[in-house]
Ligand binder design. Structure first.
Ligand SMILES: [Zn+2]
Length: 178
């Protein structure tokens, strides 16, 4: 016998103690009263039994006392170990900072100057081509000529375009066959 699919998640939540108040009301209505669902009741009982088996017994008084006595020395040991571990790292950090400070403050006095570079003056040659602002009229004229040339070439190409010719032939063929 299996629980109703709708209520099974609620049964699981209830067993885990995570059922919301709203779902709890819904589930109790399903499980209680004259029309109680036997399948879900059986499932709920099975969940409760399984959880009881899995639950650890509460620690005995002696166990609790022993654990409480253990905690303090363990904590002290852990702290001491952390301090011991931290010591070399702190020493290294202090030495590194000191070394960096010494390098920054003292080293420039002992550092030889960088190589001296002689500035070589390049001779000015007057025959080097110099950029000059173009004449706007000349530019416009050149652009117009180029445009006219391109347009002529374009129309000439359009007249003898093999693709257009092929397309026209295809159209003729298509017209005949239809
Ligand atoms: Zn049910």
């Amino acid at each position: 016998m299996t629980a109703c699919a709708e209520y099974e998640p609620l049964l699981i939540d209830r067993a885990a103690g995570e059922l919301s108040a709203e779902d709890a009301t819904r589930l109790e209505a399903h499980l209680g009263g004259p029309g109680a669902c036997a399948a879900c009741l059986a499932e709920a009982a099975a969940f409760a039994e399984a959880l009881d088996l899995a639950r650890l017994p509460p620690p005995a008084e002696a166990e609790r006392r022993n654990l409480a006595g253990l905690a303090a020395p363990l904590e002290q040991q852990a702290r001491a170990a952390a301090r011991r571990r931290a010591w070399p790292a702190r020493a290294v950090a202090v030495v590194a900072v000191a070394a960096a400070a010494v390098t920054f403050l003292v080293a420039p006095a002992f550092t030889p100057r960088g190589p001296h570079l002689d500035v070589v003056e390049l001779p000015f040659t007057p025959d080097t081509p110099v950029w000059e602002a173009p004449d706007p009229d000349a530019l416009l004229e050149a652009a117009g000529a180029a445009l006219a040339e391109a347009t002529d070439a374009g129309s000439a190409a359009a007249e003898s375009d093999p693709i257009l010719e092929a397309a026209a032939g295809w159209n003729d063929l298509a017209g005949e066959s239809l």
